[in-house]
Design a protein around this ligand. Structure first.
Ligand code: GDP
Ligand code: MN
Length: 379
């Protein structure tokens, strides 16, 4: 479970990580009130679970309540990189002297936490690791031994001398977040030193282990505050696994493995998936209708690819399900269908006889992927 920045910062505060004062706003008026409360200036930040807000216009430095109103009005209700903005975080505007980076993440390959820290804030961490590895401090922290003084010395040793004590305090508090919230990732980018010398977490990215959520009902309850995408909700209510992506081919398959390989073959054929949906076992007409409704309600879908391998699921039933579904749902884009496995011949015959204007039956998975990619491209 990924926390929104403002939730991550609440958790930070509860464990003693220094953060700017901040207030969540859902309307421009609330952003104005928050800015007044914070002393007349603020930083307004979109609350979405996607990075690059700073560069993408999702962070506004506001010198007055009026500027905060304009920023909030522009952001709220907008779409930031495909994510609906329903809330902004209004924070006190702080004078930054230096930007650093630190993160701790569970390194499953060694069964320890990997802690990284660099004084070079703003740099892409992968690029830095490759090009200037000496600028990036990395230590492994054994969960049994915990964060020790030598880890801290090694990590903060790369920072300016007058930032080391403040940073050590932040790191100790981060460790208690990791332990007490069962976090698998805590990232602070940027960790800043203010002009007055204090070290503060300006951003918060926290992932809590889903398998440990039962120990944290308070964190689990935060999910109720997550904005729900209407399409995702419909899929969830129908017990379908739906994931939104950013291409143009809508994918329906039965079984996680088949759906994953369908994504691969579509990519290999030069296409990009707009989304995918796993209908699981048993593709009844009703389930197929809901699936098509879900997939087609995404405006970026230019072509649908239905890829079914019949095991217990019978392809003739699936074929009838698709035809039945198309009586309930109006398809505006081509639907490439590949059926294989149990009763595939029969399924293909049913589709051929129906000669539905939108259905494009293709016999093999590779050929179907190519056809779907081509049709999506041509649209
Ligand atoms: P991200 O781009 O989505 O990671 O968003 P961040 O929360 O990291 O903010 C991006 C950038 O906005 C930071 O690196 C800072 O340069 C700037 N920023 C955010 N808060 C403040 C602030 O209080 N004061 C100043 N001067 N800059 C800020
Ligand atoms: Mn950031």
């Amino acid at each position: 479970m990924d926390l929104y920045e403002h939730m991550g910062k609440d958790l930070f505060r509860a464990h003693g990580v220094a953060t700017p004062r901040g207030i969540v706003a859902e309307t421009p008026d609330e952003a104005v009130a928050a800015t007044d409360e914070l002393g007349g200036s603020s930083v307004v930040k979109v609350q979405v679970q996607v990075g690059g807000r700073g560069k993408g216009g999702g962070v506004a430095l506001c010198r007055s309540a009026g500027e905060a109103r304009d920023a909030a009005a522009r952001m709220l209700g907008s779409d930031f990189k495909g994510h609906a903005v329903t809330r902004v975080l209004v924070e006190e505007l702080l004078p930054i002297a230096h930007e650093f980076y630190t993160s701790v993440l569970l390194d499953r390959s060694v069964g320890e936490y990997l802690w990284m820290l660099t004084a070079e804030g703003g740099m892409d961490i992968e690029t830095l690791a490759r090009e200037r590895p000496e600028a990036l401090r990395r230590v492994h922290v054994n969960p049994g031994l915990g964060l020790r003084a030598w880890h801290l010395r090694e990590l903060v040793g790369v920072l300016p001398v007058d930032a080391r004590d403040g940073a050590s305090q932040v790191l100790r508090a981060m460790w208690s977040v990791v332990q007490e919230a069962d976090a698998t990732l805590v990232e602070i980018n940027p960790l800043v030193q203010l002009e007055g010398g204090e070290v503060v977490a300006l951003d918060a990215k926290v992932t809590v282990d889903d398998n440990a959520l039962f120990r944290h009902p308070d964190l689990e309850a935060l999910q109720d505050a997550f904005p729900v995408d209407p399409v995702e909700k419909r899929a969830k209510d129908a017990d379908l696994q739906y994931v939104k992506l950013d291409g143009s081919v809508g994918i329906i398959g039965n079984g996680a493995g088949l759906v994953m390989s369908t994504l691969d073959v579509v990519a290999q054929a030069g296409g990009r998936a707009a989304n995918f949906l796993d209908i699981g076992g048993g593709a009844s007409a009703e389930k197929m209708a809901t699936s098509l409704q879900v997939i087609l309600s995404d405006p970026s879908v230019r072509c649908v690819f239905i890829n079914i391998f019949g095991g217990i699921t019978r392809c003739d039933v699936v074929a009838e399900g698709i035809l039945e579904a198309l009586k309930q749902v109006e398809a505006t884009v081509p639907i490439v269908v590949r059926l294989d496995g149990t009763n595939a011949e029969e399924g293909r015959r049913i589709l051929a006889e129906a000669a539905h204007p939108r259905i494009v039956p293709v016999a093999t998975m590779d050929a179907a992927a190519e056809e779907a990619a081509r049709l999506a491209d041509a649209a």
